[in-house]
Design a protein around this ligand. Structure first.
Ligand code: GAL
Length: 768
């Protein structure tokens, strides 16, 4: 292309009720956080915009491109229909050169149907996600010469210990061109090509290959120049393949640890610009330390996938759908979607697996034979998967990808491969947990911890089971959904993060898998939050060498990695279940043996109450007979050391220690001085091709920096200057956390003012 003009600004948006001037990304309806009505975004609406087409563009191609419009679009140029497109999750392009008036103003009009009744995927039945509506990704006009590169597909190859890339170049006209390859902006290869055919493969050897992998995601750029027309593609040198014993990236085995992601945000649904799409990838890789993501259940923003390329985050992507398979027309559209998925995303090194099925749909031999064949014909460098929620399905794909949910007795975490697949086929768990244990930020600690422990169980089995190549938990963040799913308030609380990407306890497990020092606890040790006021055990999510526990400044016990019931997880969470240590010896003067027996009896009382097993009853009897401990003494010791009921304040302190140095101290005491903590994704907003958005994650903290999990108070937001906020101005904390999306509104400075009853906060932004 010679030039790209972004057309994101200043569309006249109309529906039955309103006429507004909007910028894209845009959602057809401003939604509530929860208790929203999913009928509100189902409508026919229109977007209209005038563009001037200068005379210089005569004899050029004018490719009008929509990166994503949900869900059916009719595009008119000067009132003439130029294309009808039927998928809400892919790019579509139309050459408008024969429809425009040169040297004049032209009208682009898009009629968008966002009804869920459309006979296209993912519709046909109720689905567990909202589908929103509108022009929610970029719109641009690519101006190309008649001689231009129609497509460039780059296939990495490793042969006889040498690295190559095959450039499949497809030209509009036969013409000579230059192929330059850059690494870090330095030209490393340059070739003049005189092709014989419109589509040709050029194989180039890389003598000093910089491979793409999850730790060093090296990227190359290929630039093809024909006169002043340029085609650029980013690519990575890497090969990947699933085998029965694991997934291999550049012939090295990688255990795939992933999360599922919906591209959805509060209030605006899918309509978030580049920076927010990128932020999700960064959160996955840098905060949650996973190495993979599944773009459930559709193709996601190219900005998100670009960032996965840059960060070394592996991607399993699939086309839109959810359990339902429709009629022949519907299936034809599903195949068209899969074709576009491959054609539009196949240069991304991060993508390692294509979904060749509609998520969790039934077996359909003909349909899925075709989908597999189609995908393989378009990309020979990757394998196919197809997500099932049932065992022993037809094995048409290269990898059996299974949503492993059902375990009524909660005995196991994951099903062994042999209980899921018949054949000799690589196996991957594409979903786990999710609706089996929904968890709200404001649930009690036991519920929140249980979500984490369920995932621990699955993850522990994943790491010890060589047959399971990957483990994707459902899911990254809570998401809005239909009434039939979730908690009735139109939210599925299945995330390890909330909708503002704030952490639940389950996310600590992920965050502790990184290399930077990390220690978080599953508990605030408030007995009143537990049934019968008993806390038997808590977990430290950490990568520390050891965790030291102090009670009122006295060292109780030093815990190690070996104190984990989940030993196969690389940084296994540590079980902390002794809050007494040797205090019965030191404070009460008992011998070591008597103190240990007494402790066992006290813990058994905590655990079993009146139903204490005989073993402990006999132990207590012995203590009574031989050590002058009567019932009253036992009762007092229980109250003082174990029950803590009505005792003086106990301050617990935990130290995370690495290389004999304390890197973090967590102090759990009465919350006295409250304050507000902020995490701002960026104070600089860039008004580039459209508006920009920053996420401000907000938390209510005590004097020790601990979250206040039941702080649910209201707060208000205001802005001055060149920013606005998305959503209402009166919000509330939910389980100690909340968030505000800040949107740029022209270049200059802006201020966000957050007013809470604890304190007010001001955050400065610069819009460039
Ligand atoms: C799966 C489905 C996901 C989500 C999940 C909830 O069956 O594929 O989209 O609904 O259940 O656990």
């Amino acid at each position: 292309m010679i030039e790209r003009l972004y057309l994101n600004r200043g569309w006249t948006f109309k529906n039955e009720k309103d006429t507004l001037i909007v910028d894209v990304p845009h959602n057809v309806f401003d939604l509530k956080y929860n208790y929203l009505n999913e009928d509100d975004y189902q409508m026919i609406s229109s977007y209209e915009k005038e563009i001037e087409i200068p005379n210089d563009y005569i004899d050029k191609h004018l490719f009008l491109t929509f990166d994503g419009v949900a869900h059916k679009s009719e595009v008119y140029i000067n009132d003439k229909l130029v294309i009808t497109h039927y998928c809400g999750y892919d790019r579509f392009v139309v050459d408008i050169k024969d429809y425009v008036n040169y040297g004049n103003k032209n009208t682009i009009k898009v009629i968008v149907d966002s009804n869920e009744k459309l006979n296209i995927p993912p519709f046909g039945n109720v689905i567990d996600y909202l589908t929103y509506g509108g022009i929610y990704r970029d719109v641009y006009l690519d101006i190309c010469n008649n001689n231009y590169v129609k497509d460039l597909f780059i296939k990495p190859v490793y042969e006889n210990n040498k690295w190559y890339a095959i450039f499949v170049v497809s030209l509009s006209e036969l013409s000579n061109y230059k192929l330059d390859i850059y690494f870090n902006d330095l030209k490393v290869i340059s070739k003049d090509i005189n092709p014989n055919k419109l589509e040709e493969e050029i194989k180039i050897e890389f003598n000093d290959p910089k491979l793409w992998n999850i730790d060093n995601p090296n990227l190359y750029k290929a630039v093809i120049t024909i006169d002043n027309d340029i085609k650029e593609e980013t690519f990575g040198l890497r090969i990947c393949k699933f085998f029965n014993d694991g997934f291999y990236l550049n012939n090295k085995k990688v255990k795939i640890l992933g999360l599922n992601r919906h591209q959805a945000y509060p209030y605006v649904g899918y309509a978030m610009p580049k920076s927010m799409q990128e932020l999700d990838a960064k959160i996955l890789k840098k905060e949650l330390h996973v190495n993979a993501v599944r773009t459930s259940h559709y193709m996601q923003s190219k900005y998100f996938i670009d960032m996965c390329d840059k960060l070394g985050l592996l991607v399993f992507t699939e086309s839109p759908g959810w359990q339902h398979i429709g009629d022949d027309a519907w299936k034809a559209q599903a195949l068209e979607n899969m074709k576009n998925m491959v054609l539009q995303y196949r240069n991304h090194p991060s993508i390692i697996l294509w979904g060749a099925r509609i998520n969790e749909s039934r077996d359909d031999h003909d349909f899925y034979s075709k989908s597999n064949e189609l995908i393989r014909s378009l990309d020979s460098t990757r394998q196919t998967g197809g997500v099932r929620c049932y065992t022993f399905g037809e094995e048409l794909e290269d990898v059996y990808t299974y949503n492993d949910f059902y375990d009524p007795k909660e005995k196991r975490g994951l099903a062994p491969k042999k209980k899921v697949v018949k054949g000799n086929i690589p196996y991957l768990v594409s979903e786990f947990n999710g609706h089996m244990h929904p968890t709200k930020m404001f649930d009690n600690e036991l519920v929140r911890t249980k979500q984490a422990l369920r995932i621990c169980k699955g993850m522990n089995e994943f790491y010890s089971d060589g047959d399971i190549t990957g483990f994707f938990v459902w899911c990254m963040a809570d998401y809005n959904t239909h009434k039939e799913f979730g908690s009735g308030d139109r939210i599925c609380y299945h995330g390890v993060l909330d909708m503002f990407r704030n952490p639940k306890i389950s996310s600590y497990l992920y965050s502790s898998q990184g290399s930077e020092d990390y220690l978080m606890l599953s508990s605030h040790l408030n007995i009143g939050d537990y049934n019968a006021s008993t806390i038997q055990s808590i977990y430290a999510f950490t990568n520390a060498d050891e965790v030291r526990l102090y009670r009122n400044n006295e060292l109780i016990k030093t815990y190690h990695k070996s104190d984990s019931p989940y030993p196969h997880i690389p940084n296994s969470p540590i079980l902390i279940d002794d809050f007494v240590g040797n205090l019965l010896e030191v404070k009460e003067g008992y011998s070591h043996k008597v103190a240990e027996n007494m402790k066992a009896v006290l813990f058994a009382t905590l655990k079993y109450g009146n139903r204490m097993p005989l073993k402990y009853k006999l132990m207590f009897l012995r203590l009574m007979l031989f050590h002058k401990i009567n019932y009253e003494v036992g009762y007092n010791l229980y109250g003082k050391y174990v029950g803590n009921w009505g005792s003086n304040e106990i301050v617990y302190k935990f130290e995370g220690v690495k290389n004999n140095k304390v890197f973090k101290t967590i102090e759990l005491s009465k919350a006295r001085y409250l304050h507000i903590g902020l995490d701002v994704s960026s104070n600089t907003l860039i008004e580039d091709n459209t508006y920009d958005v920053a996420l401000v994650r907000i938390k209510a903290l005590d004097q020790n920096g601990n979250i206040l999990p039941y702080y649910n108070e209201p707060f208000s937001v205001e802005t001055t200057g060149n920013i606005k906020f998305i959503g209402p101005n009166l919000l509330s904390f939910k389980g100690g956390y909340s968030g505000v999306f800040v949107k740029s509104n022209g270049k200059g400075n802006g201020k966000l003012i957050i007013k809470t009853e604890i304190e007010n906060k001001e955050i400065d932004f610069i819009v460039k």
